[in-house]
Design a protein around this ligand. Structure first.
Ligand code: ZN
Length: 190
């Protein structure tokens, strides 16, 4: 959670890059997994940037936080009766701070990497290849797998400025984002 001080948000020009990066990354992930349009929609996720985030969706130490919102049907004991939705909360301040600090790291390729990485997590949750909540050591193994997949996908895509991004992720084993889960009853939360 954040200490409540004001964080730096993407400006209008940066938002254009971020939105373009999301579109490109969605297409790359969709092609990588050979998903149809309806399969992509079934992933049931959304991205938000800092200005749209609720206080509990903001973190300081990560570039993103994935919040799984689960809605359990009233009076149901079955886990399968829960509908879930993944909100990928982009942390503008953490991303911009990395771009400021690392000379060759540019926002657009960096955002493509971040978005691809988060989407691969969502795909793996949806395919039950990975549970959402796991102990830290298992989390770290999954993190390495997701970084490998992200790199494999992006190497084929030949995007300008991606080499400094790969160099930036030399330390793959570090957890890349925070995971949080919020369970509600009844009404949809999106
Ligand atoms: Zn990750």
């Amino acid at each position: 959670m954040t200490d409540g001080t004001r964080h730096k948000e993407f400006n209008a020009r940066q938002m254009v890059s971020v939105n373009q990066a999301v579109v490109v990354a969605e297409e790359l992930v969709s092609n990588f997994y050979k998903f149809s349009g309806s399969q992509m929609r079934q992933l049931n996720y959304d991205f938000k940037t800092l200005s749209q985030l609720a206080p509990h969706e903001i973190v300081d130490a990560h570039f993103a936080q994935i919040v799984r919102y689960r809605t359990q049907k009233k009076d149901s004991l079955l886990e399968t009766d829960a509908a879930d939705f993944y909100l990928i909360c982009l942390q503008d301040h953490a991303i911009l701070s990395a771009v400021d600090r690392f000379e060759n790291l540019n926002l657009y390729p960096f955002m493509i990497y971040i978005v691809c990485h988060e989407l691969i997590h969502v795909v793996r949750f949806r395919r039950f290849l990975q549970h959402f909540q796991v102990p830290p050591d298992e989390r770290q193994v999954e993190e390495i797998r997701v970084h490998h997949a992200t790199r494999e996908l992006l190497k084929k895509a030949n995007i300008d400025g991606m080499d400094p991004v790969f160099a930036f992720y030399g330390k793959w084993q570090e957890a890349f984002e925070q995971m949080d889960e919020i369970v509600t009853n009844g009404n949809d939360v999106t």
